[in-house]
Design a protein around this ligand. Structure first.
Ligand code: BGC
Length: 453
């Protein structure tokens, strides 16, 4: 048995996003976002689910904060809905939408829970999409205006800010039909990436100009290693391309101020003088989203594909990857968690041992990174409660709390009770040593690491 203790002052949190939990999609003056349009179009989302009601958090945030208090959370990560604040993305702010976020933030502060706000978690106002969305450079300017408004509004209240959550979630909406806005044109990839990162850079500039005192700003990137099952040239090429386009391209731009050459070779996109300087402004922290890794393999028909692999060591590697770029940057793990086939028992309890094992193993790897010198300041479990899982609708449950969507009752899963003890003890006992390979056991012997790792 080994006791794993996290540094003093380590923040323990849970994360959510506006469209996934708020509901109240057309109430109190909220304008539509691309996810409203997308989920209302038949056949786009699993069983035509949508976020119209979701977890009804808009009306139940007080009760949700009571649950956070019981869990012992010291921080909570949420996102602002841009179209709740500016219904068409620009112009006059919507007072009711603004009031909601003020009440939320005030209630968190009263509860002693540090708010961690994300400005953009994939829900672009539809009115901006109608003007070209992230293919239009002007959208970045609109984003900076929206960000500057919120900085002024919440100055002194919110100390942790992220510009974007996982730009990949937006990019996927332009290059595939799976996410909003569902454009399905792979050639758009880098123009969307660049405008998103430009929006990030412009918002950071606004943040610095706003004189935000001791508040900090960063960006949240999902970090996915790709490993090849057999390492054929085609698998290697696929892995290298995906790595640059969906992972390293972001980190190179943010930390080094340039995109990998492969992205310039493969895509046509416009970068104007000064853009990369804006994008690579120093940040106060880096947000790491880590779920696992991808294994690139060749199917029976000879197609090269990739599949998700649960791999706790991905957490250690993700943190170390950031340190390779900037050894001293403070890190928050802004998301980590898993969907399980959660079924409520007849006894009214939900025994999600598999989720507990997942969280324990990833947290153990995070602890190892801290022991090796990483400046990790906090951890956010995805998610506080089951919610709208984008293209998968409500079919996937990621929550620490089970949500009964008929009654909106929140029921603690065993993982919530477990997480409560971890927070109270600022750590946990690791009963069995982790597998030396760090997980991914069925592949560990044969996988081929691409050069970059
Ligand atoms: C996203 C969340 C999502 C989670 C689980 C992350 O990529 O930021 O919105 O629900 O993964 O898929």
């Amino acid at each position: 048995m080994k006791r794993l203790t996290f540094p003093t002052g380590f923040l323990w949190g849970a994360a959510t996003a506006a469209y996934q939990i708020e509901g109240a999609w057309d109430q109190d003056g909220r304008g539509p976002s691309i996810w409203d349009t997308f989920s209302h179009a038949p056949g786009r989302v699993y069983e035509n689910h949508n976020g119209d009601i979701a977890c009804d958090h808009y009306h139940r945030f007080q009760e949700d904060i009571e649950q956070m208090k019981k869990l012992g959370l010291t921080t909570y990560r949420f996102s602002f809905s841009w179209s709740r604040i500016f219904p068409t993305g620009v112009g006059k702010p919507n007072p009711a939408g603004l009031r909601f976020y003020h009440e939320l933030v005030d209630a968190l502060l009263n509860a002693g829970i540090e708010p961690n706000a994300t400005l953009y978690h994939w829900d672009l106002p539809q009115a901006l999409e109608d003007q070209g969305g992230w293919l239009n450079r002007e959208t970045a300017v609109r984003f900076a205006e929206y960000a500057a408004f919120l900085f002024r509004e919440f100055k002194g209240k919110i100390k942790l800010w992220s510009t974007l959550n996982e730009p990949n979630g937006t990019v996927v909406g332009y290059v595939t039909p799976a996410f909003a806005p569902g454009k399905n044109d792979p050639s758009l990839h880098m123009q969307v990436v660049h405008h998103l990162l430009l929006a990030h850079g412009m918002a950071v500039r606004e943040f610095r100009n706003a004189g935000m005192g001791n508040a900090n700003i960063g960006i949240v990137i999902d970090q996915w290693q790709r490993v090849c099952e057999t390492g054929t040239p085609a698998e290697r090429e696929f892995a290298a391309n995906e790595t640059d386009a969906y992972y390293i391209g972001y980190l190179d731009a943010i930390f080094l101020g340039k995109y990998p050459q492969s992205l310039h070779d493969r895509f046509s996109f416009e970068v104007r003088p000064g853009d990369m300087e804006l994008i690579s402004q120093p940040l106060d922290f880096q947000g790491v989203n880590c779920y696992g890794r991808y294994v690139v393999y060749t199917d029976e028909k000879g197609n090269v594909c990739s599949r998700f692999d649960r791999y706790p060591r991905a957490m250690y590697d993700a943190v170390q990857k950031i340190r390779e770029y900037r050894p001293d940057v403070p890190i928050y793990v802004t998301e980590n968690g898993t969907a399980c086939p959660d079924v409520l028992g007849k006894d009214g309890h939900l025994h999600d041992q598999d989720r507990i094992a997942y969280l324990r193993d990833y947290l153990a790897e995070l602890h190892r990174a801290v022991q090796d010198g990483a400046d990790v300041r906090g951890y956010y479990c995805w998610s506080l409660m089951d919610n709208f899982e984008w293209g998968a609708g409500y079919s996937m449950r990621f929550g620490l709390q089970y949500v009964d969507y008929e009654t909106q009752e929140r029921i603690w899963k065993d993982s919530a009770y477990w997480y409560q003890t971890v927070i109270a003890a600022n750590g946990f006992d690791l009963e069995e040593p982790l597998d030396a390979s760090g997980g991914g056991i069925q592949y560990a012997a044969t996988l081929v690491q691409p050069e970059k790792f």
